[in-house]
Design a protein around this ligand. Structure first.
Ligand SMILES: [Zn+2]
Ligand SMILES: [Zn+2]
Length: 293
């Protein structure tokens, strides 16, 4: 079990209006583990896949060796995440579906802002009766995007909009909060009191830059589905978002030990995040991703 610490200040007492902005998110808390089941909710590793369905390959141009390689590559997608509906209470699924699988091509692609290309699959686990057992070989993946298999420890927490987003939602409230915050030596609202850091499903987005929500092919704004983060917390946000179970002197642990808690997936976006969005108005619930660092 992983437990997020309670906030040091009760924002709803200090600024009652913020209550209207409360949202829930499920923090996934990935942790490396042995013997993770094929059907389990998890990051990385092997997942259940229909025997007769093609395993995705990518042939988009990539960027490597400091230039765009014009010859298309031939790279195997890899598992990012598999989620079962029963494990994630705040996540909606299309009718008759209870499994979400997220894959990416582990390379820098100019068409996706020099980051992996993602594909999402909504399924009913019961439909996968015959399992695929042989998969294509990897080509030359970028090590930064190879995921170490992890179990998840889902935890629901409450959160408020990031400092970047609050300004666009309620100017007056953000002015009051940032005025109060100016008496602290750090941006305590962004780091500790607002939006949950790390890998999570639903809720607010821990924007690193200005909010940038994609528009679906149907013309509507898409909805935040989940965030993949290469760090569960940083030198500012650890005080709130490093779980109680792991928090003792976390920042003074030797790096390999700290990394297992701070970046268990062993990926590297340059302290960045990939936000995954969904459109529930389109019948196939398409996804899009946005990368920020
Ligand atoms: Zn690719
Ligand atoms: Zn749509």
């Amino acid at each position: 079990m992983k437990t997020t610490q309670l906030p040091k200040y009760d924002l709803e007492k200090l600024f009652p209006k913020i209550k209207e902005l409360l949202k829930i998110t499920t923090r996934l808390h990935p942790r490396q583990a042995k013997k993770i089941g094929l059907t389990d909710s998890k990051f990385g590793g092997d997942i259940i896949w229909p025997k007769n369905e093609y395993w995705p390959m990518c042939s988009e141009p990539i960027y490597s060796f400091d230039k765009i390689q014009n010859t298309p590559h031939n790279e195997k997608f890899i598992t990012v995440l598999q989620l079962n509906a029963k494990d994630i209470k705040n996540m909606d699924f299309p009718a008759n579906k209870d499994l979400f699988q997220l894959l990416w091509c582990p390379a820098d692609h100019p068409i996706s802002d020099y980051s992996p290309i993602l594909k999402g699959f909504w399924r009913n686990a019961k439909d996968i009766t015959d399992l695929k057992t042989s998969f294509p070989e990897s080509g030359e993946p970028n090590d930064n995007y190879l995921i170490t298999e992890c179990s998840i420890f889902p935890e629901i927490v409450y959160e408020y909009p990031s400092a970047f987003e609050l300004e666009t939602i309620d100017k007056e409230l953000s002015k009051a909060i940032f005025g109060w915050e100016s008496t602290f030596t750090e941006p305590i609202y962004q780091h500790q009191l607002s939006v949950a850091d790390g890998c999570k499903v639903g809720g607010y987005i821990y924007w690193h830059q200005d909010p940038n929500v994609p528009i679906c092919k149907c013309g509507k704004f898409m909805e935040h589905l989940l965030t993949i983060s290469d760090t569960e917390f940083d030198g500012g946000s650890y005080k709130r978002w490093c779980p109680i179970e792991d928090n003792e002197n976390i920042m003074s642990l030797p790096y390999p030990e700290r990394k297992k808690i701070q970046n268990p997936l062993n990926i590297n976006f340059g302290m960045g995040k990939i936000y995954v969005f969904v459109c529930k108005d389109c019948h196939d619930w398409p996804i899009e991703s946005v990368y920020q660092r």
